[in-house]
Design a protein around this ligand. Structure first.
Ligand code: DGP
Length: 110
């Protein structure tokens, strides 16, 4: 298993867990870009959103909503981002959704 995020999910590499259920694991990004920066992943390995099916996206959506609730983001809002491939600057090839919030974010997207 040479996927960094699979090793984090398996507990082989430590992480600061925010939320976990049967299908989803969420932990704090090591290099936060906002006061709250959490990564939400499917436990099943898939490289990026191109490999995800609808059931996986529904599970991730539920995980995102749980993280937003836990982190107190639901009232004032937050941003989700999923980088895909080279042009998207994806650096870890295990699908993950960035959840960013805790302050007013920049208006730019790219
Ligand atoms: P992306 O560039 O979209 O593939 O995002 C990968 C994110 O993963 C990046 O924001 C930094 C984060 N990251 C990389 N390695 C680790 C790690 O070992 N632990 C944690 N908590 N985050 C990591």
């Amino acid at each position: 298993m040479d996927c960094l995020f699979c090793r984090i999910i398996a507990g082989e590499i430590p992480s600061t867990k925010v939320y976990e259920d049967e299908n989803v694991y969420a932990f704090r990004d090591i290099n936060p870009q906002a006061p709250v920066h959490v990564l939400v992943l499917p436990k099943k390995h898939m490289a990026n959103i191109l490999e995800a099916d609808g059931a996986t996206m529904a599970q991730l959506t539920e995980g995102i909503k749980r993280v937003a609730d836990i982190e107190g983001l639901s009232k004032d809002g937050f941003r989700i981002v999923s980088n895909c491939g080279r042009n998207g600057c994806q650096s870890v090839e295990h699908l993950h959704i960035h959840v960013l919030g805790g302050a007013k974010l920049s208006e730019g997207m790219a």
